[in-house]
Design a protein around this ligand. Structure first.
Ligand code: USQ
Length: 383
């Protein structure tokens, strides 16, 4: 099976490429190094240096004997996108090629502009290229649980059945995103749904929660194959950030009351979910939406897990409640359904004490690399 991974340099893109390659897929990765460049521009370097995609592909070939093709270019450029699809003719395309940070999207007008244009035009070009060149290709799109916001009713998997004045209709579940970044994902979903209805595309839209973790089955023990691991305010997700803060002796930055609940997953489960989605594809004219996370935690619960791990490892961890720079509910109902991926065969990895301790120990080996000035920038939503 030929699988094209767009955004193949990122935190999730490169591990996905290796995982699918290890399981027999013929893989091509494409990236324009946007995430690397934004990390550098904002002085938000990852915990360790990450070799470029050509070097990582070479390391993977040495380790596995499998080749991963690499193309560097900007997928908002139609000519480049068209060339990639014409050359590779994928059976499936995994779309990670987006500016992934909520705080970055809220920093100023220019970062908002970049986020909106990049995210929507890459999605648009993928849709056009699939329709023109490989109409049977399955699009697996990384969306976010943040598309739904935190409504006061259960969150279904993508769709809501509404009965109104005696008649029934299935709608996309109402969206109410909490940042411009999350809103671009809502707009992506709408674009995809329009073209599924109009052109009969096959689409799986994965509503993913925040991901944590470093090691996957393919990179374990090999620094050259590790993924980007950001812990700064822009590009780090909260569990990864809190562990690095604990190791650095920097008080954990709980925003507001810390009752914000999200659905989390280990990076290993992202890889499983994407693989399962590709290998059991959507039908032509079908848009599947799966909620992609395995367990929910409040920010306070995460801080407590990290603090307790610190106690076991002999590290004193302080927790600090900061005024929340974001606009979000700090206490709320949260009950999202997440059975579809488990029904497809997902075997969840949970955030056990052992998993937290092992991640903390690995981060400890990079303690000298931690730069505390990027941990808190205080990007305000209502600037
Ligand atoms: N939070 C803190 N302190 C911090 C960082 C975050 O209290 O130092 C809180 C946030 O306010 C939020 C929660 O932790 O309530 C999660 O924040 P996050 O930064 O881990 O996640 P978020 O900004 O929502 O974005 C991340 C990824 C994004 C993905 C999304 C999934 O960066 O690409 O789409 O998680 S979800 O959150 O389900 O929308």
């Amino acid at each position: 099976m030929k699988t094209l991974i767009l955004g193949g340099d990122g935190y999730l893109g490169w591990p996905t490429a290796m995982h699918l390659s290890a399981h027999g897929h013929e893989v091509m990765v494409v990236d324009n190094y946007l995430r690397r460049n934004l990390s550098r521009e904002t002085d938000s370097d990852p915990l360790f240096d990450v070799p470029n995609l050509h070097c990582r592909s070479e390391s993977w070939l040495q380790k596995s004997g499998n080749n991963i093709e690499v193309r560097i270019g900007d997928l908002t450029d139609w000519e480049f996108s068209k060339d990639v699809f014409n050359e590779f003719k994928p059976d499936a395309v995994v779309h990670y090629a987006e500016q992934p940070s909520a705080p970055y999207s809220m920093k100023n007008r220019n970062t908002a502009d970049l986020t909106l244009k990049n995210n929507l035009f890459v999605t648009f070009n993928i849709i056009q290229a699939v329709h023109e060149i490989v109409p049977d290709c399955h699009i697996v799109k990384l969306g976010t649980m943040g598309e739904y916001g935190t409504p006061n009713i259960d969150i279904e998997e993508g769709w809501l059945h509404v009965e109104h004045k005696g008649r029934k209709q299935k709608f996309l579940y109402p969206r109410a995103a909490g940042s411009l970044y999350h809103t671009t994902k809502v707009l992506d979903t709408d674009l995809l749904w329009f073209y599924v209805r109009t052109w009969g595309l096959r689409v799986t839209d994965l509503m993913q929660g925040p991901v944590y973790g470093l090691e996957t089955y393919e990179n374990v023990g090999e620094e050259a194959l590790l993924s980007f691991f950001n812990y700064d305010e822009y590009f780090g997700t909260v569990i990864n950030r809190f562990m690095v803060q604990a190791i650095a002796g920097y008080p954990l930055t709980v925003y507001g009351k810390g009752g914000q609940i999200r659905g989390y997953l280990n990076i290993k489960d992202t890889l499983q979910c994407v693989k399962l989605s590709i290998e059991k594809p959507a039908e032509a004219g079908e848009m599947r939406v799966f909620n992609q996370f395995v367990e929910t935690f409040s920010v306070n619960e995460i801080a407590s897990l990290v603090k307790k791990s610190g106690e076991r490892l002999g590290i004193d961890v302080e927790v600090q409640n900061l005024p929340n720079p974001r606009i979000e509910m700090e206490e709320h109902y949260y009950n999202p359904i997440h059975s579809a991926l488990e029904n497809l065969g997902l075997k969840p990895h949970l955030l056990t004490e052992e998993v937290v301790d092992n991640m903390m120990k690995l981060i400890l080996t990079y303690k000298d690399r931690i730069k505390t000035n990027c941990i808190f920038r205080g990007v305000k939503w209502d600037r």
